[in-house]
Ligand binder design. Structure first.
Ligand SMILES: Cc1cc2nc3c(=O)[nH]c(=O)nc-3n(C[C@H](O)[C@H](O)[C@H](O)COP(=O)(O)O)c2cc1C
Length: 186
């Protein structure tokens, strides 16, 4: 079976290189509209979206993630950090941070739904994205509160997930699908 939505879902990839081209205001508006249209448990909308285009701030957060990663034993580090030039945000022109309401069991699920809505909205506009869990480490170090303030996280809310957005400068195959992840009970 095929339709435009199924094709769009199938065409999304995680992009890890971006052109410098900034997103237009119309693109950002459309993406944020898709984000806030996401469903959420009890319609709590336990999310806050922060669009970051300030590359200096992203560089500082990248540095903070690196510092946290280097505190780990080498075997516990993501292999991506073997490349000294690795940048957590892949130099994307925009990154959306989702911070979440504390003490709400569905915050991670609702944030995950919202981030996928953002990824699919971006794809529909001809943009690329990559969902980012690694920035979480930036909220563990000594600059954690500074970053929370800089990103306008509501008081007491914390990082849930982020997503880099931009015109992709790479291509990628679809991920191989693991077997045995679907069952039917009739
Ligand atoms: C919750 C979550 C966190 C992720 N965090 C990162 C990350 O920090 N850095 C990264 O490069 N990719 C990250 N990814 C992207 C995954 O590696 C990617 O979705 C997976 O390899 C499948 O590839 P595809 O998205 O191209 O289908 C994350 C994806 C998800 C869903």
């Amino acid at each position: 079976m095929e339709n435009a939505t199924l094709k769009l879902i199938a065409s999304r990839r995680s992009h890890r290189a971006y052109e410098k081209t900034p997103l237009t205001a119309e693109q950002i508006d459309a993406i944020l509209k898709a984000a806030v249209e996401s469903p959420s448990a009890v319609n709590r909308q336990p999310w806050h979206f922060t669009v970051v285009r300030n590359q200096k701030l992203l560089d500082e957060m990248n540095q903070a993630v690196w510092e946290q990663m280097m505190l780990r034993n080498p075997e516990q580090r993501s292999p991506r950090f073997r490349d000294g030039g690795f940048h957590v945000f892949y130099h994307a022109p925009a990154v959306v941070f989702i911070s979440g309401m504390p003490d709400n069991p569905y915050t991670p699920v609702d944030g995950g739904i919202a981030v996928e809505n953002i990824a699919l909205a971006a794809e529909s506009l001809g943009l690329g994205s990559v969902i980012l869990g690694m920035p979480r480490d930036a909220f563990k170090g000594e600059k954690a509160d500074e970053f929370r303030r800089a990103l306008h996280f509501p008081e007491g809310w914390d990082f849930v997930i982020a997503i880099a957005l931009g015109v992709p400068a790479d291509t990628k195959d679809a991920h191989p699908v693991k077997e045995d992840r679907i069952s039917f009970v009739d």
